[in-house]
Design a binder for this molecule. Structure first.
Ligand code: ATP
Length: 303
């Protein structure tokens, strides 16, 4: 079976009591993609992921994961997926090794223990201590190892770098990229925009149970307004640049002018060619700024 989509979700709705958590979510993730799932707290990311594994039942809509209906074939779906939940429950009295061997048994023994050791080493995770003595970050590492241990076709990772120090966050991103290089699909939610920008080829942004944007990460950033700072050799009337189509003058400070540019830079560059320019810098917004622009009102309310 050559099924091109790793995940297809149509019109997914979920209510908790009367409160809507998902209001018609549509998503498509292709095989072999690294896909970032972004949204503020409570937007519906975890609910979407849990529906994909039939850990909770939606009220409406359809889901296909690796071509399978998770409600009809939950065991088959879970066998082919590596899942890192937001809150992984681990048995306190087991050692790290004991917990990982337990997860390996759940996978029907299809786990190469050498690979588990390699993952643990790379994440600087000691296999000997008891789970109850682990820090939050080390528990998170156990979660990452159990998600990856059986080299699944699809990784569903809910905040994979949560609680990890920057070095380990970096290592997890490496592991994600390596899984992708071995043709796995990676779907991960995150609050850390720089990491999504670094590894995700496409992103979806969810807000109050609805998808507000799905785009290639690079095009999202390219499409956004750019800022340009121009320093002149002598005072000029910066306002004149505001007549160039797509250009807005944000501020002028002596011989320095800050501009916002929509679309092509060509018009601005032609206008500047007639002026005594000493220095010219442009800056693209980060994914973080784009995210904040989408969610400013929500985040304001949350505060
Ligand atoms: P976070 O980033 O905080 O984990 P999220 O995007 O994963 O958030 P969800 O956990 O999916 O969001 O929650 C979506 C909405 O559903 C929120 O309003 C949340 O309060 C509500 N919700 C989630 N789980 C339950 C539950 N078991 N019972 C009642 N309401 C719930």
């Amino acid at each position: 079976m050559n099924q091109p989509m790793a995940i297809t979700i149509r019109g997914l709705t979920k209510f908790y009591g009367k409160a809507p958590a998902l209001r018609g979510v549509d998503l498509e993730v292709g095989r072999g993609e690294i896909f970032g799932f972004l949204g503020p707290n409570g937007a519906g990311k975890t609910t979407t992921i849990r529906c994909m594994l039939d850990l909770i039942r939606p009220n409406g809509g359809t889901i296909r994961v690796l071509g399978l209906d998770p409600q009809a074939e939950p065991v088959a779906v879970r066998a082919r997926v590596g899942y890192l939940p937001g809150e992984l429950r681990l048995e306190d009295n087991l050692t790290v090794e004991g917990a990982l061997r337990y997860f390996a048994r759940l996978r029907g023994g299809r786990v190469d223990w050498g690979f588990v050791r390699e993952l643990a080493e790379r994440l600087d995770l000691d296999l000997k201590p008891a789970i109850k003595n682990l820090s939050h970050g080390n528990k998170q590492k156990v979660g990452v190892v159990q998600a990856l241990m059986h080299r699944p076709e699809l990784l569903l990772l809910d905040e994979p770098t949560l609680g990890l120090d920057p070095l380990m966050q970096h290592e997890v991103l490496h592991l994600i990229a390596e899984a992708r290089a071995e043709e796995a699909t990676v779907f991960f939610s995150s609050h850390i925009m720089s990491e999504v920008q670094a590894v995700a080829e496409r992103v979806a942004m969810i807000r109050r149970g609805e998808i507000v944007e799905v785009a290639e990460t690079a095009s999202l950033i390219n499409r956004a307004l750019r800022r340009a700072r121009v320093r002149f050799g002598q005072p000029v009337d910066g306002k004149l640049l505001g007549n160039v189509p797509g250009v807005t003058v944000l501020s002028q400070d002596g011989t320095s002018v800050l501009l916002q540019v929509a679309g092509e830079m060509n018009g601005l560059i032609k206008a500047l060619a007639t002026l005594p320019v000493r220095d010219f810098e442009t800056e693209r917004p980060s994914l973080e700024e784009i995210f904040l622009a989408h969610y400013e009102s929500d985040l304001g309310e949350a505060k």
